[in-house]
Design a protein around this ligand. Structure first.
Ligand SMILES: N[C@@H](CCC(=O)N[C@@H](CS)C(=O)NCC(=O)O)C(=O)O
Length: 218
């Protein structure tokens, strides 16, 4: 059974939970006391991931850290359609480019959220500004993609790049970053939220937030 070392408020763990749900793949979670216990910095967890970060995925003998790496693995192993991680050189290059953006530039929005939600001692003004610059890049790109009738981050179909980029953009209000100025991002978020198998997490406002009875079945 796939095992995810997980913290429910982590957007990085949510990348993995969301993708496993979209795949319809069974898994179990091992809750890690991220805050305030900091179990991810203690020896037992550091044996799994010496970086002291969530998420970590175990599948048989394989132990993987980093949400982007985990998404690539899960798509490669558990998506028979091959659409989430297309087997084409240019498509893979594009997917990798946006996976890197998700794990790099967009993590400034994650850090702003850690500051606001868990009181991390970060320079939040600088983080918000960097996140806004990343959002402009993503918004411009998605607007161009729509014009090309190619409305997903890396191509005409959703890929792991969409799943990697989604959480910290969708959670940006938690870090004090409004999205009023990014209409293409808003349209893309709405597209992700109606993918079959979509699940949310605390802080993500879905069109059906507050109307649990109308929430699509996971
Ligand atoms: N490169 C990693 C970073 C994940 C990450 O920043 N995880 C946070 C939780 S959301 C964490 O464990 N932070 C603890 C730390 O960096 O010390 C990924 O994308 O999965």
């Amino acid at each position: 059974m796939i095992r995810l070392y997980d913290f429910v408020l982590s957007g990085s763990c949510y990348k993995v939970r969301l993708f496993l749900s979209l795949l319809g793949q069974d898994y179990e979670t091992v809750p890690v006391g991220f805050y305030p216990a900091k179990e991810h910095k203690k020896p037992d967890f550091l044996q799994l991931n010496p970086l002291g970060q969530l998420p970590v995925l175990r599948d048989g003998d394989l132990v993987l850290r980093d949400a982007q790496a985990i998404l690539v693995y899960l798509a490669s192993k558990y998506d028979p359609s091959g659409s989430w991680y297309p087997d084409d050189a240019a498509a893979r290059g594009r997917v990798a480019m946006w996976l890197s953006f998700a794990g790099g530039e967009l993590m400034t929005a994650s850090a702003a959220r850690l500051h606001d939600v868990l009181n991390y001692p970060f320079d939040v003004a600088s983080l918000r500004e960097q996140a806004r610059q990343a959002f402009v890049v993503l918004d411009d790109h998605l607007a161009e993609q729509e014009l090309r009738d190619c409305p997903w981050v890396a191509g005409p179909e959703p890929t792991v790049a969409d799943i990697a980029c989604f959480p910290y953009v969708a959670l940006s209000n938690d870090g004090g970053i409004a999205r009023d100025e990014y209409p293409a991002i808003e349209r893309w978020l709405a597209r992700v939220m109606v993918l079959p198998g979509f699940i949310d997490m605390p802080g993500i406002l879905t069109p059906w937030s507050g109307e649990a009875a109308e929430e699509p079945a996971a």
